[in-house]
Design a protein around this ligand. Structure first.
Ligand code: 5GP
Length: 115
């Protein structure tokens, strides 16, 4: 893979710090550095080969399903099991990190907060 390591790969590799809340063989989850809701976690595949959710769903639906399952487990732990799952896709939609990630938002959400 010729791409530079993404900011999330650096978190996976402990090259930059993060408040990590869960880790599996394939995924890592940590608190967003700029939370948009009382609970705002990012669930991220350790591989950076999928740039967005469309690529991930087409090429590795099992990994996508495992992201949703981990998001649900974290929502059980941190916000009563109910949550919003957001995948910003494309710059115009607010995506800034092109290493696929799910925003898990919960705990007293305002209408319209999209991570
Ligand atoms: P996007 O805008 O691509 O959907 O989401 C990227 C998210 O990553 C943003 O919500 C941003 O706050 C978060 N983020 C960017 N850099 C870091 C970082 O170094 N640490 C953590 N914990 N979150 C980050």
């Amino acid at each position: 893979m010729s791409e530079e390591p993404s900011i999330f790969t650096k978190i996976v590799n402990r090259e930059i710090p993060a408040d990590i809340v869960a880790e599996t063989d394939d995924l890592i989850a940590f608190r967003d550095i700029h939370p948009q809701a009382p609970v705002h976690l990012l669930v991220v595949p350790k591989t950076q080969q999928y740039h967005n959710v469309v690529e991930l769903a087409a090429r590795n639906p099992a990994l996508m399903a495992s992201m949703v399952a981990l998001a649900s487990q974290l929502a059980d732990r941190y916000c009563g099991g109910e949550f919003r799952l957001v995948f910003n896709t494309g710059e115009a939609a607010g995506q800034t990190v092109f290493h696929v990630h799910a925003h898990v938002l919960g705990g007293g959400l305002d209408e319209g907060s999209l991570g």
